[in-house]
Design a protein around this ligand. Structure first.
Ligand SMILES: [Fe+2]
Length: 213
């Protein structure tokens, strides 16, 4: 069951632009499909008539798999441009050579482990059964599992929960990023319990739903 918006509006969070590293296009596509999004790859399939030739470089990720809107409630993912990729490679090399910089980088990444809610992320809303399916899909795909860390889900009343209105699962990956791939991207999979929760109980199939801590 879909979630009713409070009122029609022309102001909404409508899209985000992400990059993937050279060679990671298929993995980026598979990640978003595992999350439950519909992914249109204009390089491999014919798109709708209104797609336009400029769409070629992009994976078009429909957060709602039933949607055909190319502009709202979508993510776009394309290959990191050479300037960014060169910068990232130079930075990665320097981190490997400089112990103090490497330690700072490790400390930064460690915060994502203990406090994922406090670190930068984008959030996708879904039902509990879709959250379960997303985590299971990532776990069962070796290529994704090696590049995506799963944290949570954090359920109300349990350690790590910060809001009784939501269940939060966090994915941290370097497959895509809205910024530097080196910093990675955290994606929150959120189930809102106070509005539109259609399948409470999906986590009751096992201890903590079988997720990572
Ligand atoms: Fe969040």
């Amino acid at each position: 069951m879909g979630r009713a918006l409070i009122e029609p509006t022309s102001r909404l969070l409508n899209h985000s632009e992400l990059f993937y590293a050279p060679g990671d296009r298929a993995l980026a596509r598979d990640l978003f499909r595992a999350i439950g999004c519909r992914v249109l790859d204009p390089q491999e399939e014919e798109g709708p008539a209104d797609l336009g030739p400029a769409a070629g470089p992009y994976l078009i990720v429909f957060v709602d798999p039933e949607s055909t809107d190319l502009i709202d409630n979508v993510l776009y993912a394309s290959e990191a441009p050479p300037a960014q990729w060169r910068f990232e490679q130079a930075l990665r090399a320097r981190i490997g050579e400089d112990p103090s910089l490497g330690a700072a980088f490790d400390a930064y990444r460690e915060v994502f482990v203990g406090q994922p809610q406090a670190m930068t992320h984008l959030g996708l809303s879904m039902s509990e059964s879709e959250l379960v399916a997303a985590i299971g899909g990532i776990r069962s795909d070796a290529a994704l599992a090696g590049r995506v860390a799963i944290r949570g889900p954090f359920r109300p009343g349990e350690p790590g929960s910060v809001d009784p209105r939501v269940v939060q699962g966090f994915l941290q990956t370097d497959i895509v990023s809205t910024g530097l791939l080196l910093a990675g991207q955290q994606i929150e999979l959120q189930v809102r319990l106070d509005r539109g929760a259609s399948d409470r109980g999906a986590f009751d199939r096992g201890p903590r739903g079988g997720f990572d801590e």
